[in-house]
Design a protein around this ligand. Structure first.
Ligand SMILES: N[C@@H](CCC(=O)N[C@@H](CS)C(=O)NCC(=O)O)C(=O)O
Length: 269
């Protein structure tokens, strides 16, 4: 991993993750980055009494400000960074998962130092998050506000397309990137960009893991097509310092009714 931006700076602000309680969801991409970097943070809704009302006040209000002079937030996740606001005293609040990852990448040393690689990391995270969104649409293809049961027929069609054409296309891209980096960047088949863990790895890993929960049969069948991705990469990230401890801790929340849901009828039959 790269060193945090200011090499002299050994302490970090107490980062606050503002997200829904009880589900991994998009908050998980932020948790994994922080956990892999070994940087402490507060998971406000899960750890603080009345934490979710704080999240709601900041991220789900209809006003012209989120808090501390920051512009409104569209939806969780958001990151609150005490002391990092415009005036250098108040808190900075930013949202959009890839935006938060881009911010944290440099600050906590989980992005490469050279400019080209920084954008390659972001490109991978954005692509993994595209797949995350498509998987969400497998159970909500018509309307976010409708129940799955009210859009089941369309879900069956959408899930079939995601499994048969989209998942292999994304997996092929991640696998080809691993191969490219093995040849040119010292990735050893374990890292997508460069020779150490970045938030591209944690983000792609989380989407792979989520897809294994949502579509276990489909993903099992794909393993032999992408042995590098399911092997050295997937297993390697799981074993990474910080992540190994986190993944076996109770902070790692179980998949349930978030983006990654397991409806057997949507999986390969
Ligand atoms: N593109 C946004 C999507 C954020 C999002 O969809 N958040 C969900 C929870 S994972 C939410 O609460 N959405 C409420 C809404 O969109 O109305 C991101 O990546 O952060």
């Amino acid at each position: 991993m790269a060193q945090p931006s200011s090499k002299k700076q050994r302490t970090h602000p107490q980062y606050e993750l503002l997200y829904h309680p009880g589900i991994p969801g998009r908050g998980e991409f932020i948790r994994l980055a922080l956990e892999a970097a070994g940087v402490p943070y507060t998971d406000t809704a899960n750890e603080q009494k009345d934490g979710y009302s704080t999240v709601q006040k900041i991220c789900m209000n209809t006003g012209t400000e989120s808090a501390d002079g920051n512009p409104p937030v569209f939806s969780p996740p958001a990151l609150r960074v005490p002391g990092a606001g415009k005036d250098g005293k108040s808190a900075l609040i930013i949202s959009q998962t890839p935006n938060i990852l881009f911010y944290l990448g440099e600050k906590i040393g989980i992005a490469p130092e050279d400019e080209a690689s920084k954008y390659h990391v972001q490109q991978l995270a954005l692509t993994a998050l595209d797949l995350n969104n498509e998987v969400h649409d497998s159970h909500h293809p018509i309307a976010v506000m409708l129940y799955y049961e009210d859009q089941k027929e369309e879900s069956l069609k959408k899930a079939k397309d995601i499994r048969e054409s989209r998942i292999p296309k994304f997996l092929s891209y991640f696998s080809r990137t691993l191969q490219h980096n093995e040849k040119t960047g010292g990735g050893q088949g374990k890292y997508l960009v460069g020779d150490s863990l970045t938030y591209a790895d944690t983000t792609v890993w989380q989407v792979l893991d989520g897809c294994m929960f949502a579509f276990p049969k489909e993903m099992q069948a794909r393993k032999s097509e992408f042995p590098d991705l399911f092997g050295a990469f997937y297993e390697g990230v799981k074993e990474h310092k910080g992540l190994k401890e986190y993944l076996s801790s109770e902070r790692r929340l179980a998949y349930s009714m978030g983006v990654f849901r397991h409806y057997p009828e949507l999986d390969r039959q």
